[in-house]
Design a protein around this ligand. Structure first.
Ligand SMILES: [Zn+2]
Length: 185
């Protein structure tokens, strides 16, 4: 995990220290005692569905460049996770969605300690959609975007573990839900 070297408040060096009333070492400023808490990043997105098909985007940047995912990105500091999910979906796919049921929260604690390619800790939140408007286009960070029949989801070409988990949860939720077309469907 990347650990800050200097205080973001006064630029003095930070040191590992257990703050008062805390129970684990933090990065603490040696001059002003500011504590730099290291917490997971939060990402939010949606699994857009229209006419029984799912919109996926193909990533144009690392990590997982060239692989498929539902639209998702980091929550900005001044928005809710719901707002982030809607914004990221619009930016990455061109689709304007309304959020439906939450599909899941997928948590990835940091691993790798201070190694050269550590992960930073991540929490991914995904929603189903109740309405999807607009034309599907490959937006920010994407090189392609396409509608997939459920039977054609590219399971072997998905970008992230959370990509797979949310789609699995989506299929589980839709298969157990009453058919919207009634008993004859
Ligand atoms: Zn300081």
């Amino acid at each position: 995990m990347h650990l800050a070297a200097f205080c973001p408040r006064c630029a003095a060096p930070l040191a590992d220290k257990i703050p008062e009333l805390d129970n684990r070492p933090r990065r603490v400023c040696t001059a002003c005692a500011f504590v730099v808490y290291v917490n997971p990043k939060i990402a939010a997105g949606t699994v857009p569905v229209r006419d029984g098909r799912i919109a996926l985007i193909r990533r144009g940047i690392e990590p997982s460049r060239g692989l498929w995912s539902w639209p998702c990105g980091y929550v900005e500091i001044d928005e809710t996770v719901e707002e982030a999910a809607i914004r990221e979906t619009r930016e990455e796919s061109g689709l304007v969605v309304r959020l439906g049921a939450m599909l899941g929260i997928y948590s990835y604690p940091a691993t790798g300690g201070a190694g050269p390619t550590p992960t930073s800790g991540l929490v991914v939140v995904s929603w189903a959609t109740t309405s999807v408007e607009g034309d599907l286009v490959a937006g920010d960070d994407a090189v392609d975007a396409a509608w997939f029949e459920v039977s054609k989801i590219p399971w072997m070409g998905l970008a992230f573990d959370s990509s797979r988990r949310a789609l699995t949860d989506f299929l589980r939720a839709t298969s157990s839900a009453p058919s919207p077309r009634g008993p004859s469907a």
